[in-house]
Design a protein around this ligand. Structure first.
Ligand SMILES: [Zn+2]
Length: 171
């Protein structure tokens, strides 16, 4: 296991050689993920394993672990989302090769250029983020929902009661 994540990696050559790498990825480097985050502080623990399976498929497997802070869409306060991701990508050089990939691989299209490690991590993190982040079992957050309920009841009040209220408010 190599204790370093390079900025860019020649995936095909590394898979051919068979290598495992690990390192920390600062959240600040995940540019496409940042708009979803409340804070860019922190980092993720990333492990990449590259190799060639018995069928000759060159792959990138790995894990991403850590925490990101999102904005709760109910109370708008920060909500911490733990990440514990596993992925297994089959490296393909063109669209036609995607169909030939065994089912247990997701396809990752590789070009002649070394791939950005931050981009690969960003893709996996974006896939894992909830579409609508919400606090789970947070009394303060659910309290907002309770506060919200009575306004729904108000609309059921008799129009005469509303009229009476309006009259009282007049000077
Ligand atoms: Zn909330």
């Amino acid at each position: 296991m190599i204790d370093h994540l390079p900025e860019r990696l020649d995936l095909l050559a590394t898979a051919e050689a068979g290598r495992a790498l690990q390192g920390r990825m600062p959240l600040a480097r995940l540019e496409r993920v940042l708009p979803a985050l409340v804070s860019s502080d922190g980092e993720l623990q990333v492990v990449f394993e590259l190799g060639k399976d018995p069928a000759g498929v060159r792959f990138l497997a790995g894990t991403i672990q850590g925490e990101v802070t999102l904005q709760c869409q109910r109370c708008l306060e920060p909500v911490v989302q733990a990440l514990d991701l596993k992925f297994r990508l089959g490296l393909v050089q063109d669209e036609a090769a995607v169909a030939g990939l065994p089912d247990h691989y997701e396809a990752l299209l590789v070009t002649g250029e070394p791939a950005s490690v931050a981009e690969i991590v960003s893709d996996e993190v974006l896939l894992a983020l909830p579409l609508v982040p919400l606090h789970q079992q947070d009394a303060r957050c659910e309290g907002i929902m309770k506060d919200y309920q009575p306004s729904a009841n108000e609309t059921r009040e008799s129009p005469f009661a509303v009229l009476a209220e309006l009259k009282q408010k007049q000077p």
